[in-house]
Design a protein around this ligand. Structure first.
Ligand SMILES: [Zn+2]
Length: 470
């Protein structure tokens, strides 16, 4: 795995250098790339480097060719001769976030579905991620493989304007099983889901993915309340074993206690979702302490949508008519965006979340940022990340740990050796905030600027694009 990662990294590095040149020449680029050789110093900010330790107060970060060269207290870092100085006194810098679970390509705000799934729309979603401070985002189980591989090649070659880095993974389910009915309809149209009925089919599918250089795979283990076929233990065990023999990482969707136990016991590397209806038992907590899987909570997909509150942070990314429509919708219906009163089940759900979340963390699971955004316009790309962060803190996680789970840990999970923390050699991909998120996690929403690979992302250009008719 290490050698593959190193190779991939080298490729990405050389391609990005080329991409920087292309971007600098291209009139269609949204944001101009960092100028080669230019040294920039970000001076005076509180710096959260992504490792979760004490912040660097009055920090200084030196950036050259899109990468951090030095970071530390201003008193200990000298300003290189000829460097451009950007005064960020009083602000807070944190690494750009990494999202390990979304469903990209289908959302178009006024419509939703397979016909929206184009490279241009995918790029739009990745620009939304970048706008909100996300450096890389992962489309999980719902994206067509050939198109996604081509998009990655094109993005690495610098053919697109600046956006979050696109990551994806294929999904596996039994015939007619897997994603919720909304996603199922769209993915059926594009023949996206790898439907496998036997261990042999599962192993063959994994081998095909491995041969394409794919490092991650998702499987659904869920009967949707008895309405769907569910992967059998024989099949998902074969998926995990074959994937591990090919150095691949398995993300397992499971929402019921028994299914979560079973997939963790089978060796799934990433648990997706949280048990929200019953307490965790001792047996499961002991298993978690032993296996310590990564954990993609995606709690906020089940929450009331923030668009219901009068907050431009969420509303500005959407057509006004769509915001109005969501606010006017007082009917709760499955996965559609609404502003209905809380469900009768909400209080019980909160009680279970408040109990189960700290128990999962205490068991030593490795929390990673994941949103499940892309299913409806009320909970969507980039802004959804900030909602999930605040949810963790509301359930008892210290803000410093929430930031690590949004930066360093997901970078490690996704094999992004150049992202996740601010340290010499890492990409200068970071968010400049007007207020300190350690004091209040909702301060991650006070975005002043986003930098990707050392270049300021043109947030105003994205805002202008949103205001144009599609
Ligand atoms: Zn999902």
């Amino acid at each position: 795995m290490a050698s593959v990662m190193k190779r991939t990294l080298t490729l990405v590095v050389s391609v990005v250098i080329a991409a920087t040149l292309v971007r600098a020449l291209s009139p269609v680029a949204l944001a101009k790339g960092d100028q080669p050789g230019r040294v920039t110093v970000f001076d005076g900010a509180r710096i959260l480097d992504g490792n979760g330790g004490a912040p660097i107060e009055n920090g200084r970060m030196v950036v050259q060719d899109g990468r951090v060269t030095t970071v530390g207290p201003a008193s200990a870092v000298s300003i290189p001769q000829g460097a451009a100085r950007i005064d960020v006194t009083g602000k807070t810098i944190m690494p750009a976030m990494i999202n390990v679970h979304a469903h990209m390509g289908y959302e178009a705000y006024t419509t939703w579905g397979a016909r929206n799934h184009t490279a241009a729309n995918l790029l739009d979603h990745l620009q939304r991620e970048a706008f909100y401070g996300v450096a890389a985002a992962t489309s999980v189980g719902s994206s067509p493989v050939e198109m996604s591989l081509q998009f990655q090649r094109d993005q690495q070659a610098g053919k697109f304007s600046t956006a979050a880095r696109y990551l994806f993974m294929p999904g596996m389910a039994p015939p007619n099983g897997g994603p919720d009915h909304i996603l199922r309809e769209a993915t059926n149209e594009l023949h996206v889901i790898n439907e496998v009925a036997t261990p042999e089919e599962a192993r063959a599918a994994i081998r095909r993915m491995a041969d394409q250089g794919i490092r991650h795979v998702k499987m659904w283990v869920d009967d949707r309340g008895g309405t769907y076929p569910k992967l059998t233990p024989e099949v998902y065990t074969a998926i995990v074993q074959e994937a591990h023999s090919r150095k691949m990482t398995v993300h397992a969707h499971a929402i019921q206690l028994a299914d979560q136990k079973a997939v963790v016991a089978a060796g799934a590397d990433v648990l997706v979702h949280m048990v929200q209806n019953v307490p965790l038992d001792d047996e499961y907590q002991a298993l978690l302490r032993e296996k310590k899987p990564y954990w993609a909570t995606v709690i906020s997909l089940g929450d009331p949508v923030e668009v219901c509150n009068d907050d431009p942070f969420f509303a500005e990314a959407m057509p006004a008519a769509v915001v109005e429509k969501i606010r006017a919708n007082k009917q709760r219906a499955g996965l559609t965006a609404h502003c209905a009163p809380p469900s009768p089940n909400a209080a019980n759900r909160e009680k279970q979340l408040a109990q189960n979340f700290p128990q999962m963390i205490a068991a030593g699971v490795k929390l990673v940022l994941a949103t499940d955004t892309g299913i409806h316009p009320g909970h969507t790309f980039g802004s959804g990340e900030h909602v999930e962060l605040a949810r963790w803190v509301q359930l008892g996680l210290p803000p410093a740990q929430a930031i690590v789970a949004a930066t360093k840990t997901p970078a490690e999970l996704m094999g992004l050796g150049d992202l996740g923390t601010l340290a010499p050699g890492k990409r200068a991909s970071f968010i400049v905030l007007n207020a300190n998120p350690l004091e209040n996690i909702r301060n991650t929403r006070t975005i002043s600027d986003v930098y990707l690979d050392g270049a300021k992302f043109d947030r105003e250009a994205v805002r202008r694009k949103w205001r144009e008719p599609r």
